[in-house]
Design a protein around this ligand. Structure first.
Ligand SMILES: Cc1cc2nc3c(=O)[nH]c(=O)nc-3n(C[C@H](O)[C@H](O)[C@H](O)COP(=O)(O)OP(=O)(O)OC[C@H]3O[C@@H](n4cnc5c(N)ncnc54)[C@H](O)[C@@H]3O)c2cc1C
Length: 395
């Protein structure tokens, strides 16, 4: 089933330049192709149902990878533009914080201000700074605590989820219509991790992954109704066994979509009880000890994130990613508001490397601008000297 699913998923990447694709979404295409394959299956009904259940799990895995509620929301024609970075997954010591700490360490002291939410970005203005009398700046960053920072340029890297929610109030003047529409069209969903810590591992030594398959599930059935206390956990794809650390034996579960957002609204206690029930069911051991602790992300409820990462939604395309990445103003003036972050990288969207590369892209843009301006003013400074020098020769 794994081979079948991933061979079909590979096919979904082949519609990039196809004028009339066979379906609008990745989910629709997969269901269509699976339906055709299932029609030729000759196994008994029980085996067929088990195969469908496994395929349903794999579809939910793909929802986690794409950070979407359903693959029916993910555009088929753009899917092939996403590029997997070659190489192995790497786990950074101390988590991702280690990466940003390392990057920040190379900056001069006192150049970073943290825990300072921005309320709005005013651009196309003429703002003064008490610290540089006589100078004016086209941009003003206003923080929620009332502090203001005038600037020549602002690089905006807020998540697309935040941008979608604050589209009407975050920019003054508002974003141009085409950019605002691109933001609305682009997809941004939820994928959460749920960590469960156990006193003792109940899994076999060497076990790296526990896949949760619901025997009555099928990718061919109509979409699941809205999640409830009893049903949300059916979207959980399974658990990865994390390397043991001291006395901690930890499983990490992944869950995407509306079920993930529903899970965020529950108390830790309920999540722990529900997942204990799930694990008892899948292991067939009603006495399985409950985890001693649960820890989970809540990316959808987080006010400065409002979801996990972006995907190219039906009705959107890679052009929207490029539109979002375009600096403002677009009339050839010096860039005032620039955009980076994972949602602005056309082929590596949804990833850390996409975010990093997009930041470098915009840093290069500004460096090139300032290099050109510095070279220009150096030339202007040199030019009169040359003129003065040439005067005696022409006399
Ligand atoms: C469960 C999960 C698993 C993942 N696994 C992987 C993986 O294996 N590999 C991989 O490459 N990527 C992975 N990612 C994706 C990766 O984490 C993101 O793509 C990456 O963090 C995006 O970086 P970013 O800088 O664009 O946005 P973010 O990391 O979201 O940073 C945006 C920042 O802006 C801040 N902000 C928002 N609003 C404001 C405001 N008004 N004022 C000031 N600050 C504000 C936010 O607080 C946040 O710190 C995963 C993500 C999730 C959720």
């Amino acid at each position: 089933m794994v081979e079948l699913f991933y061979s079909l998923l590979d096919q979904t990447r082949e519609f990039q330049r196809v004028a009339k694709p066979p379906a609008s979404s990745v989910g629709q295409f997969l269901r269509m192709e699976l339906g055709r394959r299932v029609a030729s299956w000759t196994d008994g009904p029980e085996t067929q149902q088990l195969k469908l259940a496994i395929l349903s799990n794999l579809l939910h895995v793909e929802c986690c990878v794409s950070g979407t509620h359903s693959m029916d929301l993910v555009a088929l024609t753009a899917f092939g533009e996403y590029t997997v970075l070659p190489g192995l997954d790497c786990t950074l010591p101390g988590g991702y914080q280690g990466l940003t700490d390392r990057l920040a360490a190379s900056l001069p002291e006192d150049t970073l201000v943290l825990n300072k939410p921005v309320k709005s970005i005013r651009w196309k203005g003429t703002f003064e700074d008490a610290g540089s009398p006589g100078d004016t700046f086209p941009v003003l960053v206003e923080c929620e605590d009332g502090d203001c920072f005038p600037a020549h340029h602002v690089l905006v890297t807020v998540p697309l989820g935040f941008l979608k929610e604050r589209l009407d109030s975050f920019f003054d003047p508002p974003l141009p219509r085409e950019k605002a529409e691109a933001v609305q069209r682009m997809g941004f969903g939820t994928n959460n991790k749920i960590f469960l810590a156990f006193e003792e591992p109940f899994w076999e030594p060497g076990c790296r992954h526990i896949q949760v398959v619901w025997e009555d599930a099928s990718p061919l059935r109509d979409p699941e109704p809205a999640p409830t206390h009893d049903t949300w956990a059916r979207k959980l794809i399974g658990f990865w066994v994390l390397p043991a650390s001291g006395s901690a034996h930890v499983l990490c579960g992944f869950i995407a979509g509306q079920e993930s957002e529903f899970m965020e609204t529950l108390l830790d206690e309920e999540v722990l009880q529900t997942l204990t029930r799930v694990l008892r069911e899948v292991t067939g051991n009603p006495q399985l000890p409950a985890p001693r602790r649960v820890l989970r992300s809540r990316w959808h409820s987080a006010p400065y994130t409002r979801g996990s990462y972006s995907y190219v939604a039906v009705g959107s395309s890679g052009d929207d990613i490029d539109l979002l990445a375009q600096p403002l103003p677009t009339d050839g003036e010096d860039p005032q508001v620039l955009f980076a972050g994972e949602a602005t990288h056309r082929t590596f969207y949804s990833t850390t490397h996409g975010a990093l590369l997009s930041g470098w892209r915009e840093a290069d843009r500004l460096a090139a601008l300032w290099d050109a301006q510095t070279a220009g003013s150096a030339e202007m400074a040199v030019a009169p000297t040359r003129e003065v020098e040439t005067v005696p020769l022409t006399q």
